[in-house]
Design a protein around this ligand. Structure first.
Ligand code: OXD
Ligand code: MN
Length: 602
């Protein structure tokens, strides 16, 4: 087999920023001995280094420079066609006991797994360069911020990590100043990008991650799903905070009154769109700003409120469907300095995807590099094609995104993609009921993970693929946070995806989600009408502002807000089945909440 990642030999002054921390040096030496790379490249995250690596990656055909006049500073990467999404079946939580990982995770015994991985990594980097990437997750001034080092043999990973994290010097300095000297050890090797030798392994007790056999972002940018969520959630429980699969947005009224909300939706359910929402004409003067689009780390502030930071430095978003109509701020963000993966390439060196504004190109290269025309049966861009872009490109980036203490959260929103059952929005009665609403979240599956698309699966708090420990214990942790909050956020559940009898979406979504957001903000301020239903507080049709929504009938609104006992009977049964699969660790508070909803329907 050809070497997928041939070594590069940098000139002096590049790739030689060796840190002095002995534990880092020892670990790098240990991995070097095992993987036997041709050389070690110590990354510093500088402009100079980036320019050099971009050049090398182009020379090796790993990335392709896009038309500078059309998308300045941007590149296209095509992944191996067998490697286009997260692989949950090969994602392992390696805790000493199976019970600690819980029934929703794939568990593997740590010592055996280390031995297996060591076998796979032995000599795996021969003829390759081993990059060492220092990075931090979280704003430099935050007490929640964590240091990580990722070893990788993929230059694409280095280029992506520079976008997605704060990389280089800042991490080395933070570790120097750190009192406990803790840092996350991440090892990644492409191996031969063979699905049969693909494993994403987490060792929460060791604060360590080993990922082999994949080059796809969600599996190999170890900062993101692996550290910020799986290891992060484990640390959060131990240390009394929350690591969540949530966007964070700010919403400011024309009078300057500002609230922040955090929202958990499963993968590819519009978190990025919601985080960058542009209020419709009718809401002139209202502003929405983005703190984060995927992950929130939250802790209790001195005033007893919940405060959130975005640990990331960039966005790794799904491309297809992104347009000036669906998300103008995302489009403006990805007009430059963007690393695209698996989109189509037009004949004039621009990128294209299904759902992009304007006409389809008459000819392009599809995501596999094959000729494509509008007559082709295959999609031009892979449904899970992605952009990686610095958050600085976002025209509505929140000014407090770097604030160490984070932003105060007024509301937590849970939501899923549901064709039926779930009304457009409801408010939980209190924290415990809200935890139940999050714990029973369900959503129709999307292309962000391999497997069947369109089936409802339970995805508590959108964390099913990302909780690094036992789900029942995770619920208990959530239940414990509530009473510690003097001023807890209100908890809501939304569903932008309910369909009518004709199979069409009932709600326009996108910018018009502002109308629902406004109702939630009103509720936070003690205004906003609602009726109490068995599942919580639901706005009456007159409580939701639909002015300016063309062709939107009051029947549609009534249908959207309806809570149908026959649908809920089924829903409650499947929730109960799901709770049963969580076994003995399932907190009784949540089964009681379930039973109370059932009683209210009776
Ligand atoms: C993501 C995901 O990539 O959730 O953010 O899959
Ligand atoms: Mn995500």
């Amino acid at each position: 087999m050809d070497n997928l990642a041939p070594a590069i030999t940098p000139p002096s002054g590049i790739g030689d920023s060796k840190p002095t921390n002995q534990s880092v040096l020892d670990w790098v030496q240990e991995v070097t001995r095992l993987a036997q790379p041709e050389n070690v490249f110590w990354c510093d995250g500088s402009e100079k280094e980036n320019a050099y690596l971009l050049e090398q990656a182009q020379a090796q055909g790993i990335i392709l420079k896009l038309n500078e006049a059309k998308v300045p500073g941007s590149y296209l990467h095509r992944s191996n066609t067998n490697d286009v999404a997260r692989v949950e079946q090969f994602t392992l939580i390696c805790t000493p006991t199976k019970e600690e990982a819980g029934p929703t995770n794939n568990w593997a015994e740590p010592a055996e797994t280390y031995a297996k991985l060591n076998g796979m990594l032995k000599g795996a980097m021969a003829g390759r360069t081993m990059f060492v990437i220092p990075y931090i997750m979280g704003p430099p001034e935050s007490s929640l911020t964590k240091v990580g080092f990722e070893i990788t043999d993929s230059v694409y990973v280095v280029l992506s990590m520079r976008i997605m994290t704060r990389m280089g010097e800042v991490a080395v300095k933070r570790l120097e100043k750190s009192k406990n000297g803790e840092w996350n050890r991440g090892v990644h090797s492409l191996l031969d990008v063979n699905p049969d030798r693909r494993l994403i392994c987490h060792f929460p007790q060791d604060n360590a991650i080993i990922s082999v056999g994949s080059g796809y972002g969600g599996n190999v940018l170890l900062s993101k799903k692996c550290l910020a969520l799986r290891i992060g959630s484990y640390l959060a429980r131990k240390q009394g905070w929350l690591a969540e699969h949530m966007l964070i947005l700010g919403v400011e009224s024309p009078e300057g009154q500002k609230h922040y909300v955090a929202a958990a939706f499963p993968s590819a359910c519009g978190k990025t769109n919601f985080a960058m929402l542009i209020p419709p004409e009718h809401y002139k003067g209202w502003k929405v700003t983005t703190v984060g689009d995927d992950i929130a780390w939250m802790q209790i502030g001195d005033d007893g409120r919940l405060y959130a930071v975005n640990p990331e430095n960039g966005y790794f978003g799904v491309v297809p469907g992104t347009s000036y109509k669906s998300n103008p701020n995302a489009m403006k963000s990805i007009e430059r300095d963007t690393l695209y993966t698996n989109v189509a390439l037009t004949d004039d060196g621009d990128v294209w995807w299904e759902g992009k504004d304007g006409a389809q190109p008459a000819h392009a290269k599809d995501w596999k590099g094959n000729d494509w025309t509008p007559a082709s049966k295959e999609k031009a861009a892979h449904p899970n094609s992605r952009f990686a872009v610095p958050m600085r490109n976002n025209p509505v980036l929140d000014p407090d995104v770097e604030k160490g203490e984070g932003v105060p959260i007024s509301a937590i929103i849970f939501g899923g993609r549901r064709s039926d059952t779930m009304p457009l929005v409801f408010q939980a009665r209190d924290w415990e009921h809200g935890v139940y609403a999050g714990a029973t979240m369900g959503s129709e599956t999307t292309a962000a993970a391999t497997g069947a698309v369109g089936q409802v699966r339970r995805d508590p708090m959108a964390m099913l693929p990302f909780c690094g420990y036992n789900m029942g214990q995770y619920f208990k942790h959530w239940l414990k946070i509530g009473p510690r909050l003097k001023n807890p956020p209100l908890i809501f559940h939304v569903n932008w995806f309910r369909k009518g009898a004709d199979g069409k979406f009932l709600w326009p979504g996108f910018g018009d989600n502002m109308r629902v957001l406004k109702w939630m903000i009103d509720r936070c301020e003690g205004r906003g009408g609602a009726t109490e239903s068995p599942i919580g507080f639901v706005p009456r049709p007159e409580d939701l502002d639909t002015k300016g929504l063309e062709g939107f009938s009051s029947e549609t609104l009534t249908e959207l807000l309806s809570v149908k006992p026959e649908e809920w009977k089924k829903e409650l049964e499947t929730q109960k089945e799901f709770f049963k699969t969580l076994g003995a660790d399932m907190p009784s508070e949540l089964t009681a909440q379930h039973d109370q909803v059932a009683e209210r329907f009776a």
